[in-house]
Design a protein around this ligand. Structure first.
Ligand SMILES: Cc1cc2nc3c(=O)[nH]c(=O)nc-3n(C[C@H](O)[C@H](O)[C@H](O)COP(=O)(O)OP(=O)(O)OC[C@H]3O[C@@H](n4cnc5c(N)ncnc54)[C@H](O)[C@@H]3O)c2cc1C
Length: 511
């Protein structure tokens, strides 16, 4: 039994799936992430049925409770050179992209084309009737806040998520962590996060594949050269050892780079990459041990409000598994936050923007840093499993919650990547997906109290860098919430800044 292989590509045995079930991951998406089944060359085609059948037998769940599974394009492992030579001009392809010939997830994450419905994985028990603090969103923000609240002695906390853990941007990102930012606030938050991330494995007992290989930013235009020079001066002032390099000096760090069109580079050897999923699980497992309830597959559908004029507040959070009376609500639902805030009559200016990304077959380790061409929004790094994981921003991407995948992205990405490392043309793309950037008008987060509803705390708007900010922001937010003392972070980044015309602009954004 224990040695029977369910996924031959990734050597996933039945007992590993059992271990995963015992940990509480009982839906197929979580099992895939926890064991790695289906992430090899067969792309899940050989092993999905075996794992689903095993889950059905072990959990006694009905088949419709085990799915949905979201197959990832491309249909077959496909060389980057194929995508790079695509005949259509990606610059002229329709905005929003050409959908790939593979069923892609709908915004809700379901696969209507395959007839699946979102499963009821939790027994339909009620959520707790009362909690001091309800956190909406079980991504990195919500869970790291829950962890830090327990560090402050707070245990009466419920975290609610409509899907499985890692379903949102926190399970879909590139895992890049850098202190190379354009404002002192983000620089110091990132520095603190890097410190906390370094010791996360030891503190939380889970391997997060932290690798400090540095970040190498490449600049093509004079405007971007000026931007990295200005940022580097600021970094040095704040203890970040960023250096501006010539293209030749940058090639000494990654000899495979052609440096085509590159005028200068910014290099900080202390920046890093991590594997996002165990981070999310690490926080979730530890907070549950301390008595926090993490209610997955539970959707927030509304709020009950109380209090008179000038003292309006949320009294209950309404979910599809019952209502929770509460003292404080934290809205940490990433790019979904505006939809949820609207249910309480609050307008958030954040807009979701699809951001596409992909992963390749593994290669022997050769790439130290995460490399990014700031002008085009290309970035790529090598994971500890050897995959090249990379993405690329798209200024033509319209606002909206769209998690589908496109040929337009693969073509633009392959062309930009092989321009810098032509040898990667032979590399096969195995998986492609997308996640929502949570974009605010000034590229800075929305944090702190809401004027209209004083007990509704905002924690969203982290664009494409929330993962690396979460540990430090959550640490400060938990202290601020528990102590009642003021913290300038939660005065400066409030929602009210937009109405007051105060912008906190950040421009070291990739994509
Ligand atoms: C492709 C991509 C690459 C990125 N790369 C990086 C990177 O390299 N480094 C970095 O630091 N950041 C990166 N980011 C950004 C980072 O992933 C996000 O900023 C961060 O994960 C946001 O975390 P969150 O907890 O705010 O949101 P999310 O992780 O999106 O969590 C929000 C949660 O709210 C839940 N939710 C939504 N609606 C409801 C509802 N009605 N009821 C209950 N729950 C609900 C969702 O299911 C979701 O799990 C990237 C993002 C993307 C998309």
């Amino acid at each position: 039994m224990s040695k029977s292989l369910l996924c031959p590509c990734e050597d996933v045995t039945a007992s590993e799936v059992d271990h995963c079930i015992d940990k509480g991951y009982r839906d197929i998406e979580s099992v895939k992430r926890f064991t790695g089944f289906g992430t090899g060359m067969c792309q899940g085609k050989q092993c999905l049925t075996a794992v689903a059948r095993h889950l059905e037998l072990r959990t006694k769940n009905a088949p419709e409770q085990i799915v949905p599974f979201t197959p990832r394009p491309p249909l077959f492992p496909t060389e980057l050179s194929y995508w790079a030579s695509a005949s259509f001009d990606p610059a002229k392809a329709p905005a929003g992209g050409v959908p790939l010939p593979y069923p892609t997830a709908s915004p809700q994450g379901a696969l209507p084309s395959m007839g699946f419905t979102v499963p009821a994985l939790k027994p339909k028990t009620q959520v707790p009737e009362r909690a001091k603090i309800v956190i909406i969103g079980g991504g990195i923000m919500g869970l790291s806040l829950a962890w830090n609240l327990t560090e402050q002695g707070e245990r009466d906390v419920v975290v609610i998520d409509k899907g499985y853990l890692c379903a949102g941007a926190s399970g879909r990102n590139g895992g890049g962590i850098r202190a190379q930012w354009g404002t002192p606030t983000l620089i110091s938050l990132a520095q603190r996060s890097i410190e906390l991330m370094k010791r996360f494995a030891r503190d939380m007992g889970i391997n997060v594949w932290f690798r400090q290989g540095g970040y190498l930013f490449l600049a093509k235009s004079e405007e971007v050269v000026k931007r990295i020079e200005k940022s580097a001066a600021l970094h040095n002032k704040h203890g970040v050892p960023t250096q501006i390099l010539t293209p030749d000096a940058a090639r000494e760090i990654v000899p495979q780079l052609t440096m085509k069109g590159i005028k200068a580079a910014a290099w900080n050897p202390k920046d890093a990459v991590i594997f996002p999923w165990p981070f999310v699980w690490g926080y979730a497992q530890q907070v549950e041990k301390r008595g926090v309830k993490v209610e997955t597959f539970t959707r927030v559908e509304g709020f009950e409000l109380g209090g008179g004029p000038g003292a309006r507040r949320v009294t209950r959070v309404i979910t599809d598994r019952g209502d929770i009376a509460c003292d404080t609500v934290v809205l940490a639902a990433g790019a979904w936050s505006p939809q949820i805030a609207k249910l309480a009559g609050v307008h958030l200016p954040n807009q979701p923007h699809r951001h596409e990304i992909c992963s390749s077959e593994p290669l022997k380790p050769f790439l130290g840093p995460l490399v990014s061409v700031l002008d085009t929004g290309l970035y790529f790094s090598q994971s500890m499993r050897g995959e090249i994981v990379g993405g690329m921003g798209d200024h033509h991407e319209p606002a909206g919650m769209n998690l589908g995948s496109t040929e337009r992205f693969l073509t633009r990405y392959a062309q930009a990547l092989t321009e810098q490392i032509p040898q990667l043309g032979h590399l096969k793309v195995l998986r492609q997906w997308a996640g929502p950037y949570d974009v605010t008008p000034d590229n800075s987060p929305i944090l702190g109290r809401t004027s209209e509803l004083q007990n509704l705390i905002q924690m969203s708007g982290f664009v494409g860098h929330g993962f690396m900010m979460a540990p430090a922001v959550a640490e400060r937010m938990a202290k601020w919430m528990a102590s009642g003392e003021s913290d300038e972070l939660f005065e400066r980044f409030t929602l009210s800044r937009f109405a007051e015309g105060r912008m906190e602009r950040e421009d070291m954004i990739i994509g």
